[in-house]
Design a protein around this ligand. Structure first.
Ligand code: SF4
Length: 405
């Protein structure tokens, strides 16, 4: 979160994380200071994050090279990227297994596409082939499952969770890991065409500017196709094909409809949603101001509570299932549990108090002991009043200060 002049800025992702579970944002702010380990575990921590980083990294490299006049195949750039990363994680020895996994994955996936022969009993295509029994049978008979187990057993070296305690992984309950991130990144490259010369930015933040708050949102691509037009593109990494009503109710997309680049007044003429697994692109005509009222009020409320480090309980107090597929599980469920270890509301308040004391000490350091006593007397009156009147506006503060004269 950053401040732009007097208008506060907050990222939409932080707002949505807060609404999903305040503990997510606690880990990104207070928790990060408490456990150094959190920093390391939080990013990258899931196969999905890894897949995203591979695709975004490849596009960033591709655009940089295209600007220098070099025409590299995206496939080669992706290969280079993985090679460097595997070396960094000391995982070069599993590269051949990963390549074999990617080839077998592709062979099976192709059988589930329009061109393939596998269909559901009613003749339609599987929406998520990897959840089907047909996929399981093929994965076992072709050795894909075995390969995945061997590769994912080492994924903790790439920052994905912890080292497995037993060699028996229940693959079908696991989210995608290193093996699938690798295979799906190659599948994605084959299914999608990118016009690199039209890409102005990869994962660059744009802003919805409202009178009292600025909300940052990050499209995967900013495109300039010509005629001065501006297009934002959002990428979906899931297997399932997106449904238009779901897209239209997605607050990330609604925010893009009204977002502008830093220092620009121009809004996008279209927002494209690209389903990377199929390469399908859906064009959405921006509905200006769609959802802005809700986004603005959500952002303002979260901003105020986040500033006050006003955390309540984490989702996990309602049990393991309440957390859904949250990627912070390894952190929250470690040991006796997040709440017993850290008491989110209390640790949030302590952090705010620490920050206040540090700022006051800085501020008072230039004054004499006599002057400091005067400041302390003022604070003794003022702080209890603030505690009873949280969320004061700047106008109210000004009004109070005027009263002191
Ligand atoms: S694992 Fe559960 S408690 Fe922890 S951040 Fe995720 S949803 Fe919240």
């Amino acid at each position: 979160m950053s401040e732009d002049g007097r208008v506060p800025t907050i990222e939409l992702e932080t707002v949505l994380d807060w609404i999903y579970c305040e503990a997510k944002v606690w880990w990104q702010t207070v928790g990060r200071n408490i456990e150094e380990e959190a920093e390391r575990l939080i990013r990258p921590r899931t196969g999905k994050t890894l897949l995203k980083e591979a695709v975004q990294g490849m596009l960033t490299l591709g655009v940089e090279q295209a600007r220098k006049g070099n025409a590299f195949e995206l496939n080669s750039l992706l290969g280079m990227l993985w090679k460097v990363r595997l070396k960094k994680w000391r995982l070069t020895h599993i590269r051949k297994k990963m390549a074999a996994y990617a080839v077998t994955f592709e062979e099976i996936m192709e059988r589930f596409t329009k061109e393939g022969e596998i269909r559901k009993p009613d003749g339609s295509l599987y929406e998520n082939p990897t959840w089907s029994h047909r996929w399981r049978d093929l994965a076992i008979s072709t050795g894909l499952s075995q390969l995945r187990m061997k590769i994912d057993a080492e994924q903790h070296k790439a920052g994905l969770g912890k080292a497995p305690e037993s060699s028996k992984l229940d693959l079908w309950k696991q989210p995608i890991g290193l093996a699938d991130a690798f295979a799906r990144s190659y599948w994605t490259v084959q299914r999608n065409t990118f016009r690199l010369e039209q890409i102005e930015g990869v994962t660059e933040e744009v802003y919805v500017s409202l009178p009292h708050i600025r909300i940052g949102v990050t499209p995967d691509l900013i495109l300039r196709p010509g005629d001065g037009k501006l297009i934002y593109e959002k990428h979906l990494y899931e297997m399932r094909n997106p449904r238009i009503p779901d897209l239209m109710s997605d607050y990330g997309i609604k925010a893009l409809f009204s977002a502008q680049q830093e220092g620009s007044e121009q809004k996008a003429s279209s927002v494209y949603v690209r389903h990377l697994m199929t390469g399908k692109r859906i064009r959405l005509k921006p509905r200006r101001a769609a959802g802005l009222n809700e986004i603005a009020s959500m952002a303002t409320a979260v901003h105020r509570r986040l500033n006050a480090r006003d955390f309540s309980g984490p989702r996990m107090v309602n049990g393991w299932d309440a957390c859904g597929s949250c990627e912070y599980r390894p952190l929250c469920f470690d040991g006796e549990g997040l709440m017993q270890r850290y008491n989110l509301p209390l640790s949030g308040r302590i952090t705010v108090a620490d920050e206040l004391i540090e700022n006051m000490q800085d501020c008072l350091s230039v004054y004499s002991e006599e002057e400091k006593r005067a400041g302390m007397a003022f604070a003794r009156v003022f702080l209890p009043w603030v505690a009873q009147n949280p969320g004061m506006t700047e106008e109210q503060i000004e009004w109070l200060l005027m009263g002191l004269k």
